[in-house]
Design a protein around this ligand. Structure first.
Ligand code: GDG
Length: 482
């Protein structure tokens, strides 16, 4: 049983995200327990949270359960309950079937339901109230992602003493697309409650600023949005802070002898082909898995690749399986994989090793080491951490990253082989070029990529964001001046 903390305890740093860094995990015999989900965000924020006496506010991943706040590994956990209906309407509905497709340039059609919006407002209010209760006088509250865009304004209304940050992990679309949203004004207003609004790419911040000008007519100067407040003007900073990974951690994992042995074993298991290509994605329509399979299939059909010298490993980790679009996508992908394997595999060589599983981090690192070519062909992606993880793992300065220009990572990882995944011919050429790239060029590109990922890791990202946040909040009129 975890150590309980007092519900009235307050903290100087509060992170708010839809999911907590721990999931409620009941044993088969009914014994309650908690499982840490060591995502990148947790790794990034853990040191800051411990140093700053931090609390994390979020949902525990199960319906209709209330949990008292408790302490986990030096971080205070403040669970926010969600009912089954709210999970359907706020999470699977408005977050994943309205905002997600809309913000990813309507790759799938967004669904607009007024009941879903009502649930979104209600749940955002609950998160804001929980954060306000946990935050000490003058505390910093950092709200994460598209599920909680109304929280900054709700917090500012009840707690003007707080320093409020928001970071959007997914793209922010151009106004022509954003303007579809029936609640477009309310969402912008919700976000403008923050002192700093962070985006992945410069283009996302630009899209947001344009939406502010179009809908509210506020002046923007560089990264600053001037929000009128009575006779005063409140400065909100909206700019890009590209998220990153724990590069050092990934490299260390990849350097472990057992992980390297496992990488060798993976290649042997595939029949030691000359080229192992790899895709690692949540099974999501934004990731361009179908385009990748189409290109690979045509290369086999045209004889530019053969199954004896190339094989594709596709890890598609299960995701949002209760949303209909995701079920359909899974069916389509599995049909395609089955067809391609039927057409091209031999008894000794399989064309595509398709894995609908989640794997431990060690296995991910071994897969990265085993792959000659990493395929990141997203149609739209806020950043794409897989691209950065691949680079961080390749301490041997080998391997080629094929990267979609529609992933945020393309702004930084310029020495990858950049592709437009909609251009199937171009994608095929890039895949062949990557497979045939000379060792010297592979090393040259990988060295440059590694420099970027190591220099700008996730610790730098969070430090940058938080410095900008404290910097902006101290020049806020009428508020603290220290
Ligand atoms: C959103 C934005 C943005 C995947 N399968 C397994 C596994 N993963 C890990 C990867 C990576 C993470 O999940 C996925 O991150 P991505 O960035 O690739 O994509 P999203 O999940 O869509 O994340 C994205 C990100 O937020 C951060 O801001 O970059 O654009 O869409 O770390 O390694 N990890 C393990 N087993 C798996 O099977 N252990």
């Amino acid at each position: 049983q975890p150590d309980q903390t007092h519900p009235d305890d307050v903290y100087s740093m509060v992170i708010v995200s839809n999911r907590l860094p721990v999931d409620y995990d009941e044993q088969p015999d009914g014994t309650p327990g908690w499982k840490t989900s060591p995502g990148g965000l947790v790794t990034a924020l853990e040191p800051i949270m411990r140093a700053a006496d931090g609390a994390w506010v979020g949902w525990a991943g199960v319906a209709d359960r209330e949990f008292a706040p408790f302490e986990n590994d030096g971080i205070s956990i403040v669970p926010v309950p969600l009912s089954e209906d709210e999970i359907q309407e706020y999470y699977e509905g408005f977050s994943n079937d309205t905002l997600w497709p809309l913000y990813h340039d309507v790759i799938a059609p967004p669904t607009y339901h007024r009941e879903w919006w009502d649930a979104y407002v209600r749940v955002n209010r609950r998160f804001a109230e929980a954060a306000a209760r946990a935050a000490d006088e003058g505390a910093t509250v950092w709200v994460q992602d598209y599920q909680l865009q109304l929280v900054p304004k709700m917090l500012r209304e009840t707690r003007p003493d707080l320093v409020i940050g928001f970071f959007n992990h997914i793209p922010f679309p151009a106004y022509g697309i954003y303007s579809q949203l029936p609640w477009r004004r309310q969402v912008i207003e919700g976000l403008l409650g923050a002192d700093v609004i962070g985006f992945q790419r410069q283009a996302d911040a630009g899209n947001f600023q344009r939406a502010v000008r179009r809908l509210y007519g506020y002046t923007t100067r560089g990264a600053v949005v001037e929000v009128p407040e009575g006779d005063d003007v409140r400065r909100v900073i909206a700019r890009h802070f590209p998220i990153s990974i724990d590069a050092e951690g990934f490299e260390q994992l990849a350097r472990r002898p057992d992980v390297q042995a496992r990488a060798k074993e993976i290649r042997e298991g595939l029949g030691n082909p000359k080229t192992v290509m790899l895709g690692v994605d949540r099974l999501d329509y934004t990731k361009g898995i179908r385009h990748r399979l189409k290109a690979f299939g045509e290369l086999l059909r045209d004889g530019r690749l053969s199954v004896s010298d190339a094989s594709l490993v596709q890890v598609a980790s299960p995701s949002r399986e209760r949303v209909e679009t995701y079920r359909q996508l899974r069916d389509e992908i599995e049909l395609t994989v089955g067809r391609l394997n039927g057409d091209y595999s031999t008894i000794s060589h399989q064309a595509i090793a398709y894995l609908h599983h989640g794997y431990p981090r060690e296995e991910m690192a071994a897969l990265y080491l085993a792959a000659d070519v990493m395929l990141v062909t997203a149609l739209r992606d806020g950043m794409n951490l897989v691209a950065k993880e691949y680079v961080a793992s390749r301490f041997d300065e080998d391997g080629v990253l094929v990267l979609s220009e529609f992933a945020g990572a393309a702004d930084e990882l310029r020495q990858s082989v950049l592709v437009n995944p909609h251009d199937i011919e171009g994608l095929k050429d890039a895949m062949v070029a990557a497979a045939e790239m000379p060792r010297k060029e592979r090393a040259r590109r990988m060295r440059a990529l590694r420099r970027r990922v190591r220099d700008y890791d996730v610790a730098r990202w969070s430090a940058d964001f938080l410095e900008t946040l404290t910097g902006n909040a101290t020049i806020r009129p009428g508020v603290r001046d220290d």
